[in-house]
Design a protein around this ligand. Structure first.
Ligand code: M6R
Length: 613
């Protein structure tokens, strides 16, 4: 998805903007550009390709302005090209704009502007924005900075769709205006500098103090001042939030790739997410939820809604919540939920999971659930993200910034949080006995150490990856909660290794898909649930008989001669086992991708946070 960076301060803007753009590269993009306020007007340097191409443009060296905006574009309207790259300017070159999101009514606006004498150089939806600002600026006949603000505001009111926008103008050489609606944008602040970005990690090395904008709130920025307005341009008060992530958290710190670093960060991420919530001497602590027993007893369903890996965490959450709390839990994909006319009302509690907190489908689903009368809980990794502003309650995983497109530590942190939430609900409802609750708590507390032990399988996994990296298809099987892990492992493999892969409940294979099993095909099975192990082994036997090569992940004793490869992992209770069993499978996807020489952190066609529908 597109990335936005901005700087207004006392230093040269260009080097800061370029560093910011390179830190946003992981989001996925196809072109990049910069505009700064220079003595003789607005500069504009942009091109198709990587940030490095932009850096090597001779025009870049000439930029000395202290205010600038920059962008990495992920093409939606119009092919990747220099003309379509951002920033875009109005015809008079008074305003430069970068935009993240989609303007749904751009055709209509473009026609109106063309009828008023404007012409267009690109195929983008974005180019209407600077021209519309110019249109209102001229129409309103107010040449003060308030007139600039009014013109940006009038433009944004006319836009339909999603946007995060930065605007600079040669007419107002000390200001920048930023605004967002349904698209991410954060403002970092210090005494004499303001940093703007699509996400926190890109500017974390400069400041820990951030302003977060709600939809259609405007920020008028100077290097030493930030003034905020609502959509009617009434001034509003905004406080900064301090971000606890360390400045180096978004660096590779000696690891070859972010994904590998993030896999190895899981013990810490889990420890941080557990924090002070769990102890054997007291009830689970979720005081920020303010949910009472009466309310919890009155609901008849919990919905868990998310996309991709976060949805797989939701499947694990369903298992533990249903078993401990005896409340039916439905898990849905956000992009399906929002269009299926879901049965949601005040008797439904809806939980939305999103690492980034910016996934467009998940946020839209949340808005829908709220409209239907449901209470909403957001589980996210990013403080101040859009989802936290929309939900009744926000629960944070403390995984630290996740940069690799393939989610690893965010997933396991979501799973641990859901387990703790289930325990909290069960304690409120008194639906589980003390012994069960205490066993789970002890296992939660022991988990970081067990993850560390799990890493011992690394060499074995690396060797196995060498054997199978040229495969065309890989199957993943599991029963019960192990099936949720099979789904996640399969997604991990396909997204970073481009190997076709499918996951099935082990017992379902014989109802059709076993027809695909042929000599030499790799079948990976997760056998963590002891109660279902024998049943699953019978299913694996069926694929072995048809020539499959088998790898199993288990913590239980099994017949060593039956399988081609056995990955032994530490034992834990089945509620928590998905956190252990996914680790070797994250490593498997990683090492297969490395064997194939692929870009692990930035797989093709994918973006880290999917902020458009
Ligand atoms: O930021 P979110 O958790 O809302 O993102 C949801 C999915 O896009 C994400 O989990 C995606 O499936 C990952 N790339 C999987 O590794």
């Amino acid at each position: 998805m597109c990335g936005i960076v901005g700087y207004i301060g006392t230093k040269k803007a260009c080097p800061i903007l370029l560093v910011g753009l390179s830190r946003l590269e992981y989001r996925g993009y196809d072109s990049a550009g910069i505009s700064t306020i220079e003595k003789d007007g607005l500069s504009l340097v942009k091109d198709k390709g990587r940030v490095k191409v932009l850096e090597s443009n001779p025009e870049i060296e000439k930029l000395s302005g202290t205010i600038g905006i920059a962008h990495t574009r992920w093409a939606t309207h119009g092919k990747p090209s220099k003309e379509n790259a951002h920033p875009h300017q109005d015809n008079s070159k008074n305003f430069s704009v970068v935009h993240n999101g989609i303007i749904e009514n751009y055709n209509e606006l473009r026609n109106m502007l063309e009828q008023n004498g404007y012409h267009f150089l690109s195929q983008t939806d974005t180019e209407v924005i600077p021209n519309l600002i110019h249109y209102y600026y001229t129409k309103n006949q107010n040449n003060t900075v308030n007139g600039f603000l009014q013109a940006v505001r009038d433009c944004c009111i006319a836009l339909k769709g999603s946007f995060a926008i930065e605007v600079i103008s040669k007419l107002f050489s000390e200001n920048m205006i930023v605004v967002r609606k349904d698209s991410p944008l954060v403002i970092g602040t210090s005494a004499t500098e303001k940093y703007i970005s699509s996400d926190i990690p890109a500017i974390l090395s400069y400041t820990r103090d951030f302003y977060f904008l709600n939809d259609l709130e405007f920020a008028l920025l100077q290097n030493d001042k930030a003034t905020f307005y609502d959509q009617n341009l009434n001034e509003i008060d905004k406080k900064t939030s301090s971000i606890e992530w360390s400045a180096t958290a978004s660096e590779k710190n000696g690891y070859e790739d972010f994904m590998l670093k993030e896999i190895y960060e899981q013990p810490t991420a889990i420890r941080e997410t557990i924090g002070a919530r769990v102890s054997l001497d007291s009830k689970c602590n979720f005081e920020e939820l303010n949910i009472q027993k009466d309310y919890l007893s009155s609901i008849n369903k919990i919905y868990i809604i998310a996309c991709g890996t976060a949805m797989h965490a939701g499947l694990v959450g369903k298992n533990v919540i249903e078993k401990l709390c005896r409340i039916p839990v439905e898990v849905d994909i956000a992009s399906e939920f929002r269009y299926r006319s879901p049965i949601v009302n005040e008797k439904t509690l809806s939980i939305f999971i999103s690492q980034s907190g910016e996934t467009a489908d998940t946020i839209a689903a949340l808005k829908l659930a709220k409209k239907c009368g449901s209470r909403t809980i957001a589980i996210t990794n990013v403080i101040g993200s859009s989802i936290t502003r929309e939900s009744n309650y926000s629960l944070y995983t403390h995984a630290g910034p996740e940069i690799a497109v393939a989610s690893t530590k965010a997933y396991t942190s979501q799973v641990i949080l859901l387990n703790m939430l289930a325990v909290y609900f069960a304690e409120l409802l008194e639906t589980s006995d003390l012994k069960t609750i205490n066993t789970i708590k002890q296992e939660i507390l022991d988990l970081p150490k067990k993850i560390e032990e799990t890493f011992k399988c690394k060499d074995q996994i690396q060797d196995f990856a060498k054997k199978i990296y040229q495969e065309k298809d890989v199957f993943f099987l599991g029963r019960g909660v192990d099936e949720a892990v099979a789904k996640e492992a399969s997604l991990k493999l396909k997204e970073i290794s481009y190997i076709h892969s499918e996951s099935y409940p082990a017992g379902e294979l014989k109802h059709g898909s076993i027809a695909l099993i042929e000599n030499g095909i790799t079948v990976v099975s997760i056998l963590m649930d002891k109660t279902l192990m024998e049943k699953s082994i019978s299913n694996i036997q069926e694929v072995i008989s048809r020539g499959a090569k088998t790898l199993i992940v288990t913590s239980h004793p099994c017949n060593e001669n039956m399988f081609d490869e056995i990955i032994k992992v530490p034992d834990t209770i089945s509620y928590l086992s998905p956190i252990i069993s996914i680790i070797p499978l994250q490593l498997l996807a990683y090492y297969i991708s490395k064997e194939k020489g692929l870009d692990v952190d930035k797989p093709r066609n994918l973006a880290k946070s999917v902020t458009v529908e």
